[in-house]
Structure formats: C-alpha cells, structure tokens
Design a binder for this molecule. Structure first.
Ligand code: ATP
Ligand code: MG
Length: 550
C-alpha cells in the first residue's frame, strides 16, 4: 500500500498488534449474493482486504447467504470476479450456509439455557409488541414456554411441520431495553424455499444479526468491519457471542458508508433498473456497479485510489463523483492511446493533392509515455474535419477554419480554405482547400504563425464507429434529497445516453473490449464489449475537462 496516514480502523489494528491483543489480523468481506457489487462495496473491499494486506493478515471472502429468497449463483460468480479484478486475493472462500448446522446447534444451546423461545405470534403482532423508542415492549404470551416445549417446537419447525409465518424462534433478552434490537429479536424463521447451496435441506433460516457474529467467530475474524447502520446492532452481536460456546470472540467496528453524487447504491433499486430494462444490464456503463465502471473504462487502480482518497470516517457524507473522474483522468492521461475521431464530419477536398497520393505519418501513441510506441496514420485527397471547426463567418476569437484562413491538420500539413461548397438548401457540404506541401509535419518553412490545429480523419481509410456518450443516470445531486412521495425513477436523466455515429482512424477498428483511448478534443473512451471489427463501439469514460474542485 502507498504511504499514507492511518485511518481510525488501521490505528485500532496497529494498536491491537503492538499490544499483543491480536496475533494475526483476520478480516472478511461479507456480501450477500443478492446483486452485483457497487462502488460502496469497493470501499468496503479496499478496507477489508487492504487492512489484511497492510498488516500481514488474511481476509476471507464470505457469502452471507442466509436468506434463500433473493440469492443466486450468478451473483456469487460476479462478486468473485469483481473482487479479483479490483486486485485482491481472498484467504478462504466461505459461505455462511456452510455453517447452518452449527448455527442450529447454537440456537439449541440458547433454548437449553432458557435464552430463546418459540413464538406463535404473527409478524404483525411481534412488531406491535416491540413497542417504540419511547414506550417499552410487551412480553409475548409464549415467552415462558418450557425448555422442553421450545426445543420440541423448534425441531418441528426445522422438520417442516409448520408453515411460513406460523412460528419463529426469538432470543429472550429484554422487552424494555433502550436498544430496540434487544427486544427479543427473531433469530430463526420458517422459509420453505430452496437455497442456492443447501437445496431443500432447511425449512428454517437464521436472521442476519444472529448469524453474522457467529460467522465471524467460526472464521476467527479479529476485526469485523461493517457500515455505521450496524452500530446499534453491535451490543446484540456481542450478546450472541457471549451466550453460546463460540471458539473465538470477534470484535465489530463501524465506518461511514460511501454515498456519491447523482448515484444510487441500493442493490434493490439497481436490480429494479436492470429488470425493468431501464439500463442495459448490471454492467451498463451508467450503473454504479463495479462491472459498470469496468465497462465504462475505469481501472482497478483508479477505484482503489478513489477509496483511499475519500478516507474512512465515522459519519456519513456525500462524495462528489467529479473526484472519481479526476482520479481516473489523471491515470488515463498517462496510459491511454491518443487517437483521432470526428463526430460531425465535414468533407474537405485538397484540390492540389494528386488523386492517388497517400502520405504516411507516425503518430505518438502517448506523449506522456515514451514506452507507449507509435502508430501510422495516412492522408489522401479527402479528409474529414469536425463541422464545428469551420465557420463561414468566424466570430471573434475563433481560430479554426474559415474562408481564406489557414489551419494545421494535426501531424500533417497546413491547409487553406479557398472555396465553400453548399447544397441547394444552402448548407455547407464540402470545403475546397489547398494544401501547402512545404509544411509536411506541420511546420511552416517561412515561420508564419498557424493558430489552429485540427483533428481529422482521412477519406482513404477512416472507419465508422459508434460512440456512447454517457451522462449521470440521475438528475438529482444528492439522491437522499428526493421529494416526499416521489420515486427514484422520477429522477432518471433522459439524456444519460446519447448514441453518436463518428468517423475514426482505422486503428480503432481493431480495438478490443476495454482498450482505452483519448480521442483528441473529445475525451477518454473505452472499447465496449459489443464492439466488433465491422461495428466498433466506444463508451465515453470521462471528458477531458476537469471539473473537480478541492
Ligand atoms: P445494499 O443496501 O446496497 O443492498 P448491503 O449493505 O446490503 O448493500 P451487503 O452485500 O450486505 O450489501 O454488503 C457487503 C459489505 O459491503 C457490508 O460490510 C456493507 O457494510 C458494505 N457496504 C455496502 N454498501 C456500502 C457503501 N455504500 N459504502 C461502504 N460499504 C458498503
Ligand atoms: Mg446487507
């Protein structure tokens, strides 16, 4: 890891190692496999895996798959791919479902100790009975069942004798506790659903709060790092660990979750965008998913650096998406191949050019990187320039092409506009220009100043390409500011994707998915996964202009 100030969790870890309280650091990243990972998860991954790496410890990738209703192996596979892509290696690959027998045994242990009971109330009655922050809850009429009866009923729940919602197992703690989580939380519920790993073996499944600390205990996790909303759950996490015979006692620490401007991170909503077809899958380049960023042109290094720059805090905040873009732009400037691409082509004929003559130039792939090599570009009698780079009546301060004016074609020659060709409607359709053959390479032998340099493509070999021009998926800067009663879909940006046809250097036809380019004057682009030699497609990664302000 790069040199840096330690964040508060790293400080804790460092102290625990120095004091000998902990011999070896073990962390875990525990996603629920019910969706694809998003940029918030990237922050958690960098923290969990980063700390283990930094302090010579280990980090497990653990699938928190205790709820069979929403989980799927497709998600498991995508999560593994994303963690590896981000540059991390897990110690053990774990599944909470592998511990179901142990959880069940610990539930029995709680029953045995008189610390859990089977409740026949409905979910609604249980909710009512919990009370509020101001009023205590009331004891369930089933709270004082005998150990024998509870054990029998729990076994019969597991055997499938009851239907979903008919019975639950609750911890017997304190219905008047100031911490609502202590008011006899449900620890097991009946779910007659097939699980993606255990199939139909189980009719009862443990709740998150009951299972999570046990998962950490089984794996010997020393520092269980999670987001702030679990702070209130920590006493309960500890209560479970303290009341059964666990092999090891983990400790939970909380940090602030990442929120980004113009972005939503709830997996439920992201899943909805996918299933309603509002976006082109989980990896749509507008999605805040790790695979979306990958397809957009983000690199693992840029995402890791981003999570580093935003730091780890104890209170929630909103991070500007421009910071991510700034970090990426800095990297792409050093690494991406420069190429020319014309979005709105205007034909230019070089009147004094020999019909069949093709000249060849060598273009440097990246002026920031001497190792990046070069590629050839060709020019013939016809070239295409950007329509916006010509003005018939140039306004003040316009230094590009206009009647009677000279400009430099990047890498090639100085040309002069002699005549403007229009169609019947009066639209400019072609420029007739003379090429100063003495300016090969772009310098004028007489030293006369040429103010404008234009990017261009050659009629002899330019290829049509498709550009996906992306903008924020949502129009609201802070999605937490949504108006009452409105749906997040009301804030979708209708212009989040604009598809454009362009002409590009022939080199771009052989680009492979994820290849990255800087299209001169247009921005950084990344070759899309749908791209073919016949129909090359590029995604706008990020524009050239940096709008990030510290
Ligand atoms: P969502 O609410 O989007 O479904 P989640 O928290 O339920 O997300 P999990 O799969 O349970 O998703 O998350 C795995 C880990 O990633 C957890 O430790 C969680 O705290 C962390 N995490 C989730 N979202 C963020 C975020 N926005 N910023 C930082 N960490 C996050
Ligand atoms: Mg969760």
């Amino acid at each position: 890891m790069e040199d840096k100030k330690l964040n508060f969790i790293e400080e804790i870890v460092k102290n625990d190692l120095e004091s000998g309280a902990v011999k070896e650091i073990i962390t875990r990243f525990p996603p629920e496999p019910n969706g694809y990972l998003h940029i918030g998860h990237a922050k958690a991954i960098c923290l969990d895996f980063g700390i283990a790496r930094e302090f010579g410890g280990k980090c497990n990738l653990r699938f928190d798959d205790t709820n069979p209703t929403k989980e799927d192996t497709e998600y498991v596979d995508s999560i593994k791919e994303d963690v590896e892509w981000l540059g991390f290696k897990w110690n053990k690959l774990c599944y909470a479902s592998d511990y179901f027998d142990q959880f069940y045994a610990w539930a029995e242990e709680l029953i045995e100790k008189g610390l859990a009971y089977v409740d026949d109330q409905s979910y609604e009655e249980i909710k009512q009975g919990r009370g509020t922050l101001k009023t205590p809850g009331v004891n369930s009429p089933f709270r004082d069942r005998s150990v024998t009866e509870n054990m029998d009923l729990f076994h019969r729940m597991a055997a499938g004798e009851f239907e979903e919602g008919q019975k639950v197992l609750r911890a017997k703690i304190d219905m008047a506790s100031n911490n609502m989580n202590f008011r006899d939380p449900i620890i097991y519920r009946i779910l007659k659903r097939a699980h993606h790993r255990t199939g139909s073996k189980w009719n009862v499944y443990p709740m998150y709060d009951f299972a999570h600390g046990f998962e950490d205990a089984i794996e010997g996790v020393t520092h269980s790092i999670c987001t702030l909303e679990f702070e209130d759950h920590r006493p309960l996490y500890n209560w479970f660990i303290d009341h059964v015979s666990v092999p090891h006692k983990p400790h939970q620490y909380e940090f602030a979750r990442l929120n980004l401007t113009y972005t939503l991170m709830s997996k439920r909503k992201l899943l909805e965008l996918v299933s309603l077809g509002i976006v082109d899958g989980w990896d749509d380049p507008r999605m805040p998913t790790i695979c979306g960023y990958r397809r957009r042109g983000y690199t693992p290094a840029s995402l890791r650096r981003f999570t580093q720059e935003i730091g780890v805090a104890k209170s929630d905040s909103l991070v500007e998406v421009e910071l991510m873009q700034h970090i990426l732009r800095e990297e792409l400037n050093k690494t991406s191949t420069r190429a020319m691409c014309v979005k709105h082509p205007l034909k230019v004929t070089l009147t004094n050019w020999d019909d069949d003559f093709i000249d060849t130039f060598v273009a440097v792939n990246n002026p920031e990187d001497a190792e990046a090599g070069t590629h050839e570009i060709h020019i013939g009698k016809t070239v295409y320039i950007e329509r916006e780079d010509f003005m018939e009546d140039p306004v003040k301060g316009f230094f590009r092409l206009a009647p009677g004016r000279e400009v430099r074609l990047k890498y090639a020659y100085v040309i002069k506009c002699d005549e403007v060709v229009k169609d019947e409607a009066g639209n400019v359709v072609e420029l007739l220009c003379s090429c100063d053959m003495a300016t090969r390479g772009g310098d004028t032998p007489d030293g006369r100043k040429i103010k404008g340099t234009l990017h261009w493509v050659s009629g002899c070999d330019a290829v049509p390409v498709t550009l996906n021009i992306y903008d924020h998926l949502f129009t609201l800067k802070n999605m937490a500011d949504m108006e009452e009663g409105r749906d997040y879909k009301d804030y979708l940006n209708p212009n989040s994707l604009v598809v454009e046809n362009a002409l590009a250097e022939p080199m771009l036809a052989t680009a492979k998915p994820l290849d990255k380019f800087q299209f001169l004057r247009h921005g950084y682009f990344c070759c899309d996964k749908t791209s073919t030699k016949e129909k090359p497609v590029f995604n706008l990664t990020v524009g050239l202009k940096d709008s990030w302000k510290k």
